[in-house]
Design a binder for this molecule. Structure first.
Ligand SMILES: Cc1cc2nc3c(=O)[nH]c(=O)nc-3n(C[C@H](O)[C@H](O)[C@H](O)COP(=O)(O)O)c2cc1C
Length: 144
């Protein structure tokens, strides 16, 4: 049987309001339930008024979810940073892991004081995110 193409997508967005625990809990609980059903895995990173999210899965499922995310009023300025076809998932076991960014993450801790995901290259943002996730700080990983 031919397997369907898998893709990995990375975007950045600005939170519409304060990134409170209530907002993130409601986004994450729906995300984790839906993603398990739809074979989506990834990471949602939030803080500093931003969301950075990696979505992995079958191309049609990722496209459908991204279309819903683009229309979600809880954030704006959604900008696609990277899209690649993949053969293996980076986060096969996480329906949507969650990372809280501190005020220093990405920018200072990673030695990128001027770091701005809206102007940096997609591959740089992906690398920083990957490093942040593998450091394990403030990471919560619900199973896929
Ligand atoms: C930053 C952000 C990340 C989101 N991530 C996901 C996700 O990974 N999976 C998901 O199903 N919905 C996610 N959502 C919610 C979707 O935009 C949308 O509300 C949801 O998919 C609708 O689900 P429903 O049709 O079951 O109500 C996210 C929303 C925001 C603001």
């Amino acid at each position: 049987m031919q397997t369907r193409p898998l893709i990995r997508l990375l975007y950045v967005s600005r939170a519409a309001g304060p990134q409170t625990g209530t907002v993130s809990t409601s986004i994450l609980s729906v995300a984790q339930t839906n993603n398990r059903k739809n074979g989506i895995t990834g990471v949602l990173c939030q803080g500093q008024g931003l969301y950075l999210q990696v979505l992995e899965g079958q191309r049609s499922a990722v496209n459908q979810l991204y279309a819903a995310i683009l229309n979600d009023k809880r954030h704006h300025d959604v900008e696609l940073l990277q899209l690649e076809e993949i053969t293996t998932r980076r986060y096969p076991d996480w329906s949507m892991a969650h990372v809280e960014l501190s005020d220093q993450d990405l920018m200072i801790r990673m030695n990128h004081p001027d770091f701005d995901p809206y102007t940096a290259s997609g591959s740089t943002v992906m690398q920083l995110l990957t490093a942040l996730v593998s450091s394990g700080d403030r990471l919560t990983m619900p199973p896929a």
